[in-house]
Ligand binder design. Structure first.
Ligand code: FES
Ligand code: FES
Length: 166
């Protein structure tokens, strides 16, 4: 696929990086202090990934980098040059919801939905880690993803729905 060049003003303090986001390569020119979260939201325009605290405390910004879940607000875009990134916009395949997206609907696992993209990306990463066997494991391993609406029982039920099928 052709690389997408995102137009920004280029000056000596910017760095040229390539991020492949949801299978599309983007060439970005970012200053060294731009977080991966801001690169995704402000430069590429994918606003599904949310900014809650911007300090690593809420998990709303969780994305998958080379298959591993991370808080995008805690890493710099330049540090991920060349990485493969998946955001909530990229988890469905060919118009079919990811099983976790469907499970969140089935289990009524969101209210305002602000935490949901991070919850789903975190759950995808956690399930691929293969360590979540019980309800308590899920609660512990998802504890970095806060939900101010308190939808935790339904979120855990949604994750269990998918975890049990794998
Ligand atoms: S916005 Fe990144 S952890 Fe809260
Ligand atoms: S559904 Fe509102 S913060 Fe989680």
């Amino acid at each position: 696929m052709d690389q997408v060049a995102v137009p920004v003003s280029v000056d000596q303090s910017t760095h040229a990086i390539t991020l492949t986001i949801n299978k599309i390569p983007y060439e970005l020119h970012v200053r060294p202090w731009v977080t991966l979260l801001d690169a995704i939201r402000e430069y590429v325009g994918l606003t599904g990934t949310k900014k809650g605290c911007d300090h690593g405390q809420c998990g709303a910004c969780t994305v998958l980098v080379n298959g591993k879940r991370i808080n995008a607000c805690l890493t710099l875009a330049v540090m991920k040059n060349g990485a493969e990134i998946t955001t909530i916009e990229g988890v469905a395949e060919s118009g079919v919801l990811h099983p976790l997206q469907q499970a969140f609907i089935d289990q009524d696992a969101f209210q305002c939905g602000y935490c949901t993209p991070g919850q789903i990306c975190s759950a995808i990463g956690m399930i691929s880690e293969g360590r979540a066997k019980t309800r308590e494991d899920i609660q512990e391993l998802m504890s970095g993803n806060l939900c101010r609406c308190g939808a935790y029982p339904n979120i855990v039920a949604a994750v269990q729905q998918v975890n049990q099928t794998l």
